[in-house]
Design a protein around this ligand. Structure first.
Ligand code: B12
Length: 221
């Protein structure tokens, strides 16, 4: 089946209308590098496209995690908004005759890798996806669909970082170095330095996002 340019344009138009700030499309064939549980066909048998959506994290309050005692689970404010927008896309595609599935947060697909695979931007030295318009100040979500949409070209290297190493010196956990990202150092620093807003709500460390000069350009948008 050929990829459908008209439908791709319609989805982009819809996404603009409903307040999605970035959208891209990745070919499921690129996910062969991951384990089964992180591949699109693990979620939808006849998957043709991975749709990756992002919303600008324009205010830190959107990055708050809150514990819902009624269900014993925590949720993230911007992720809830993203999930809602993802349902709009899913419904639209269903009316066009294509099944889709909104990917759960975990194990799920790797979101920043998906954004790079969709050609939306690179992954920087800070180990985050860097979008052209909003830098790293975006949260992401993925939808898999049977719709054959026009896919982007994967971006392997960051044109933004070059000789810049600001994130290395700013990371309070020392988790970012020229040798790569130290997940354990990052996670243990984040957990022991949660910014508690209330008994139930906290914000995680965001310094690698805020320190990135490319994100800084977007502060006033
Ligand atoms: C587990 C997790 C964590 C863990 C571990 C992080 C980790 N990277 O291992 C902890 C709790 C520590 C954490 C911390 C943070 N997280 Co986090 N986290 C995730 C989660 C659920 C999975 C990440 C993962 O395992 N990725 C896969 C592995 C393979 O990637 P990796 O090893 O980190 O990076 C490799 C690849 O990216 C690859 N690579 C490099 N270039 C390219 C290019 C291409 C084309 C490809 C395919 C691959 C590739 O090389 C990297 C090094 O090996 C994602 C959501 C999701 N479902 O994806 C959010 C996610 C990555 N986190 C996010 C954020 C914002 C954060 C924090 C800033 C905290 C916060 N305020 O929320 C910090 C930042 C840490 C950092 N600088 O990386 C955002 C990132 C948004 C963005 N702009 O990129 C995500 C996407 C959540 C979201 N909904 O948007 N996180």
């Amino acid at each position: 089946m050929e990829r459908d340019q008209k439908l791709t344009k319609e989805i982009i138009t819809l996404s603009n209308k409903i307040g999605i700030d970035i959208i891209g499309f990745a070919d499921p064939k690129w996910y062969i590098r991951y384990k089964e549980e992180h591949r699109p066909n693990n979620y939808l048998k006849n998957v043709r496209t991975v749709i990756i959506i992002g919303i600008h994290l324009y205010d830190i309050i959107l990055d708050a995690w809150s514990l819902d005692l009624t269900i014993g689970k925590s949720f993230h404010y911007l992720d809830s908004i993203l999930e809602n927008r993802a349902h709009n896309i899913k419904d639209f595609l269903l009316k066009k005759g294509f099944n889709s599935k909104i990917i759960p947060y975990g194990p799920g697909l790797f979101l920043k890798d998906s954004a790079a695979l969709a050609g939306l931007g690179p992954i920087g030295k800070n180990n985050l996806f860097i979008s052209k318009k909003f830098g790293c100040q975006v949260r992401l979500r993925a939808i898999v669909t049977e719709a054959p949409l026009i896919t982007g070209v994967p971006i392997e290297n960051s044109e933004y970082c070059r000789d810049c190493n600001i994130c290395f010196s700013k990371c309070p956990a020392g988790a970012l170095t020229k040798d790569g990202y130290n997940r354990q150092a990052c996670e243990s620093y984040c957990l022991s330095n949660l910014n508690k807003l209330s008994k139930y709500t906290s914000i995680w460390c965001n310094i690698c996002i805020e320190a990135c000069p490319h994100s800084k350009k977007c502060d006033l948008i």
